[in-house]
Design a protein around this ligand. Structure first.
Ligand code: ADP
Length: 368
């Protein structure tokens, strides 16, 4: 994927000053697509259709206070890296600008390409870190909320059935058949919680920095198949693979990834013998793509993206057991390896999950 070109907005009523800033930036070898606005109003207009990484805003604009201008831009985009510019160096204005949210300050009269570059790069980096942190905090809050909700369901059912057991034990004669049924439901609830905790553990493990090593995918898949032996046996499934390449990856994480994908391929299959194929392809750019293909129930195209979201399930527990954390974990692992994961499917015809591993260490892949 090509990186997005960064965008800079210069907000200044003086055309000459705008040109001076843009020229100065060009001389500094920093690459930004530069846009110009002669007022805060025009800047806001452009921000509606463009995502800017940085804005350099003049302190002195007719009828406008530069500090209010900074506040207005930040209200429109709290993570915009705003830099205040003024004609003369003025410590007083600099500290006032920083107080209202500007990240740096430049004096146009003493502007040099190096100073401008340092101010912009520093401000953009800082804003980007804050944006990522805020996004992670938001994702974590959603994750915790859904996790609590999903933990509550089995806990409530265990509590409910335990109370019923208590009531049944008070009756005379004791209905042993009903009692056994309640005990079974308690065990099912506990098992669901146990599975959720296992998946949660796998999900947090995927946060670890990968320990890259050279791995034969054929050997690793043989281990995955051995781990899934009971499941494969029960479903009378076959897992078919061979001639897979050698890759550079974290062994534990790659095992988890393939276990989830192959396991899903077997699980989401009704009324026929599950068959899961694992194959490698080489893309035109040399990347290695692994395909895990099944002959299962398939996935509606409208869910191709959201199935990778935490706790997203397309089926109830009654239909298929699961936690909705498997594919989220896969996505995290693949991204940790600088790759991408996606799926193709047709309802009723089966599904292919693909993931790319850019770090192939050697060994020829079959050409496409
Ligand atoms: P789960 O624990 O529910 O299996 P996943 O995150 O692994 O959670 O998958 C999310 C959802 O995506 C599943 O609930 C299922 O509806 C769908 N899904 C995943 N893999 C497949 C597959 N191979 N075929 C059909 N549907 C699938």
């Amino acid at each position: 994927m090509k990186p997005r070109r960064r965008k800079l907005l210069v907000v200044d009523d003086d055309e000459g000053d705008r040109i001076q800033i843009i020229r100065c930036l060009e001389e500094s070898s920093v690459t930004f697509d530069c846009y110009e606005a002669s007022s805060v109003h025009s800047a806001l207009d452009q921000m509606r259709t463009n995502h800017f990484d940085c804005a350099v805003i003049d302190y002195h604009m007719p009828g406008q206070n530069g500090l209010d201008g900074v506040k207005t831009l930040l209200r429109a985009d709290p993570f915009l890296a705003v830099i205040m510019s003024t004609g003369q160096g003025d410590e007083h204005i600099a500290s006032a600008a920083i107080k209202v949210g500007a990240r740096d300050y430049i004096a146009k009269a003493k502007l040099s390409p190096v100073d401008l570059r340092d101010a912009i790069e520093g401000a953009v980096q800082q804003a980007e870190i804050e944006r990522v942190l805020a996004e992670q905090q938001r994702a974590l809050a959603v994750f915790a909320r859904v996790l609590v909700h999903d933990m509550k369901a089995p806990t409530q059912s265990i509590l409910g059935f335990a109370k019923l057991v208590d009531l049944f034990l008070d009756k005379d004669p004791i209905d042993r058949k009903k009692l056994k049924g309640q005990a079974q439901r308690i065990a099912e609830g506990a098992m669901r919680m146990d599975a959720l905790l296992d998946q949660l553990h796998a999900y947090t493990e995927a946060d670890a920095q990968p320990q890259f090593e050279t791995i034969s995918l054929d050997t690793l898949l043989r281990d995955v198949v051995a781990d899934l032996d009971a499941v494969i046996h029960k479903a009378e499934a076959s897992v078919i693979f061979g001639n897979l390449p050698v890759v550079c990856a974290d062994r534990a994480q790659l095992t988890q990834l393939l276990q989830n994908l192959v396991g899903n391929g077997i699980k989401y299959c009704k009324a026929r013998r599950p068959e899961v194929h694992v194959e490698a392809h080489r893309l035109a750019n040399g990347d290695c793509v692994i395909e895990v293909r099944d002959n299962g129930i398939g996935i509606d195209e409208k869910h191709f993206a959201d199935i990778f979201e935490p706790f997203k399930r397309l089926h109830s527990h009654g239909e298929f057991e699961g936690t909705g954390l498997g594919l989220t974990t896969c996505k995290k692992i693949v991204e940790r390896h600088n790759g991408q994961i996606w799926c193709k499917s047709r309802l009723g015809e089966g599904t292919s999950f693909f993931f790319s591993l850019p770090l192939v260490c050697g060994e020829e892949l079959p050409a496409e």
